[in-house]
Design a protein around this ligand. Structure first.
Ligand code: TRP
Length: 334
């Protein structure tokens, strides 16, 4: 609890460009949650280096992501928006938690197996202990809730296990976090293959709508979206491509699938697809405009980075000192 509010922690990696899926499934919900919770939204650049990064590119993307958080509507005075690498407590707590995590647990992590297979030339120890750093992120702020996608649930589970194990030995040190699964828009699929999630790292550029795609590109990608030969706008499992487009349309317009079916009854895909594109443009365009506006104001963004790093450090240090004391590290002499 901070000022009577429950604490929320989440983060995104500053690798690749965010997609419409990231926006509708995460960022947009973060904005809604920021009224109810005391929120920490981190740009988790320390996680990013588990895969080799080009330094100038990583720096640029991290800043763009932080700016995008604000452009999407997160008030940086209310929400702690900061770089993970600016708070050394993440690394310090991660080390301690490493000593409370079993190799057997890490061996079960499906994301590690996937990433190791994908980057067989660089299976580093950081990739392996990635979930422990994530546990440190969450536990450092005593988070009550963590909005995550399905793919991160296993990491939240191990976070809870580590926290419970630690608490069982040392007393109630950590808050045990609960996952928060968003509802609407959480499940945006690829436009080229609706069996797959829309992904930042899809090789086919037509498969994903990127947050910063210009309106023409967005409309074009929707016109090319893979559908079926049924030619009717119906919300059913048998039409996964159309189902996905309806979900996107609904997430952007606030309409229900039934209303959408009615609206496009008797009209073909050639009318529906561009309409979905327009709906997406009307949601993304204001975010893009704000992003470009904010990007010009270097001093403002720098100020936020500094202020919020201080705020994050304050809470992180509080937890870290408590943990260090519990495990028997010598007290600091002031
Ligand atoms: N691993 C998460 C992802 O790739 C990002 C992340 C890092 C995160 N630390 C976190 C998410 C803590 C929630 C809470 O999506």
């Amino acid at each position: 609890m901070i000022d009577g509010k429950k604490v929320l922690f989440s983060g995104m990696q500053s690798t690749g460009s965010l997609t419409l899926g990231n926006y509708l499934g995460a960022l947009k919900n973060w904005v809604t949650l920021s009224d109810e919770y005391e929120c920490f939204y981190s740009v988790v650049d320390m996680h990013s280096i588990t895969i080799r990064q080009e330094p100038s590119e990583l720096r640029k993307r991290a800043r763009n992501l932080l700016t995008l958080y604000i452009a999407a509507g997160l008030d940086p005075k209310k929400n702690c928006i900061y770089y993970q690498s600016h708070v050394s407590g993440h690394a310090e707590l991660a080390w301690i938690l490493n000593c409370f995590t079993y190799i057997g647990e890490l061996n079960r992590m499906t994301q590690f197996k996937d990433k190791a297979a994908k980057h067989a030339d660089n299976i580093n120890a950081g990739l392996y202990t990635y979930p422990v750093l994530m546990a440190a992120d969450i536990l450092l702020y005593q988070a009550d809730v963590v909005p995550v996608g399905k793919d991160q649930l296993q990491h939240l589970e191990i976070t809870r296990d580590i926290a419970q194990r630690f608490n069982a030995i040392y007393g109630e040190v950590f808050t045990i976090p609960e996952p928060y699964m968003g509802k609407a828009g959480a499940n945006i699929r690829s436009l080229q293959n609706p069996d797959k999630k829309m992904s930042k790292s899809d090789e086919n550029a037509n498969a994903s709508i990127y947050l910063m795609d210009d309106p023409d590109t967005i409309i074009r990608k929707f016109k090319r979206a893979v559908t079926d030969s049924e030619a009717s706008v119906r919300y059913r499992e048998e039409q996964p491509g159309i189902k996905n487009l309806i979900e996107i349309y609904c997430a952007c317009t606030g309409k229900t699938p039934e209303e959408t079916e009615k609206e496009f009854d008797g009209r073909g895909y050639s009318e529906f697809k561009p309409a979905v594109g327009e709906a997406v443009v009307s949601v993304l365009k204001p975010v893009q405009d704000r992003f470009y506006e904010l990007s010009k104001d270097k001093a403002y963004i720098d100020g936020i980075i500094k202020e919020n790093a201080e705020k994050a450090n304050y809470y992180a240090t509080k937890t870290l000192r408590k943990v260090q004391k519990k495990i028997g590290f010598p007290e600091r002499i002031r």
